[in-house]
Write a protein that binds this ligand. Structure first.
Ligand SMILES: NC(=O)c1ccc[n+]([C@@H]2O[C@H](COP(=O)([O-])OP(=O)(O)OC[C@H]3O[C@@H](n4cnc5c(N)ncnc54)[C@H](O)[C@@H]3O)[C@@H](O)[C@H]2O)c1
Ligand SMILES: [Zn+2]
Length: 374
């Protein structure tokens, strides 16, 4: 068992992260060990429930918990206030009280929604997070952000509400579709660039090895390292008020713009991959890149994993065409924008990234031109 801790000093809260193969079959005991008592509402989507719900339920019941199972339709469309409202009512009808425990089992959609419902139902009940996608394990479940989407934009309503316990069982990834693995890998590559140069070296040595999920020790090592990077960043800036946490947006200013111009037809991980390539080109343009070979290496790594690199050629595969001007215009509505100027996370070298506040229109335009086509 690998144990990490995530501390939120201002909130005087900290929670363990337990990572172990087969942990789902022991989740009931894990909740007891964490001192949790009360009725459990086990929330997942229908896909995850079919693959893993029974194991979670059995373990919880063996540990003496009563379990109310709730299955939601899979997909981003579920992350709404309407679904949250339906969930509140199911909890109330199922007799879940203030001492109840909401266990979220699933990807980022289930966890964001379940965490938000746990934060607000009866002004907050215990939340336990069990991520089942690579993206949720290394990103969505770490850092206490919960929330739902509005028609006006993603994640516009939410709360900082860290779980009492975060349980990660790599075995649950065995049923994950390969495309979802690669999507999550975009965030893992991002984590390596932000804060783990040794992991970055590992990717560079043999990128194709990471196109499909490895088993055993390499998988555990990958997860532990990527999680550790996010934990370190979040602990410096738990409520995203000081700016340190913003480095997690590496590749995301471009990536969100690509998603937007496509009408959200492209997977997030692919957008982040192409976005990191553009961000590396921008870093070079601004004269901030110390490792001049990095853009080339980054493309090789992403190609090996079978993630996109050149944004315009990649968007064309989805039948989308956009000009650099349109991409830049799409950045104008990014909620991360502050004070009217565009902020980018730039790369100096693997392990050293920072927020840059003053990129000129020309520099951004040229970075996009340069990385449009192979
Ligand atoms: N809270 C945060 O800090 C944070 C960070 C990043 C992303 N997010 C959010 O996470 C969401 C994306 O998460 P995601 O990529 O996990 O998407 P997801 O939850 O939609 O899962 C992707 C798909 O995989 C399926 N699935 C999940 N686990 C599976 C398994 N083990 N086997 C087979 N199929 C499985 C799901 O049913 C779904 O169809 C977005 O809503 C995003 O906003 C939140
Ligand atoms: Zn992301």
């Amino acid at each position: 068992m690998i144990t990490l801790h995530l501390r939120f000093p201002e909130q005087e809260h900290s929670h363990p992260i337990w990572l172990s193969t087969g942990l789902l079959d022991r989740c009931g005991a894990a909740l007891r060990e964490a001192g949790l008592e009360g009725a459990v509402a086990l929330v997942s989507d229908t896909t995850v429930a079919a693959d893993h719900g029974a194991r979670a339920r059995r373990s919880l019941e063996e540990a003496g918990f009563s379990v109310l199972e709730i299955h939601l339709p899979p997909g981003e469309g579920t992350k709404t206030l309407d679904t949250a409202a339906a969930l509140y009512r199911r909890l109330a009808q199922g007799g879940i009280g203030r001492d109840g425990i909401l266990v979220g089992l699933g990807g980022g959609v289930v966890l964001d929604l379940a965490g938000f419902v746990a934060a607000t139902y009866m002004r907050g009940i215990a939340f336990v997070s069990i991520p089942t996608t690579l993206l949720a394990m290394v990103d969505a479940s770490i850092g206490g952000k919960t929330g739902v989407d509005l028609p006006e934009g993603k994640n516009l309503v939410g709360a900082f509400y860290p779980p009492r316990l975060l349980l990660i069982d790599p075995m649950t990834l065995r049923t994950l579709p390969p495309a979802e693995w690669r999507n999550g890998m975009a965030e893992v590559v991002k984590a390596a660039l932000i804060g783990d140069p040794a992991l970055w070296q590992q990717f560079q040595r043999d990128p194709a090895r990471w196109a499909a999920m490895p088993e055993g020790e390499p998988l555990l090592d990958l997860l532990t390292r990527a999680i550790a990077v996010k934990v370190r960043v979040v602990e410096q800036d738990p409520l995203e008020t000081r700016g340190e946490r913003e480095v997690l947006n590496l590749g995301h200013t471009f990536g969100h713009a690509f998603e937007r111009v496509s009408g959200y037809r492209v997977p997030h991980g692919e957008a982040v991959a192409a976005g990191m390539v553009a961000a590396a080109a921008l870093s070079a343009r601004l004269g901030l890149l110390e490792d001049v070979d990095l853009p080339h290496h980054l493309e090789r790594v992403l190609e090996g994993i079978r993630l996109p690199t050149r944004w315009r050629a990649w968007l064309a595969r989805y039948g989308v065409d956009a000009t650099p001007e349109q991409v830049i215009a799409a950045m104008g509505t990014d909620k991360k924008r502050r004070g009217g100027r565009l902020r980018f996370v730039v790369i100096q070298r693997p392990g050293a990234v920072r927020v840059y506040r003053d990129a000129s229109y020309e520099a951004v335009y040229q970075a996009l031109e340069e990385t449009a086509h192979p």
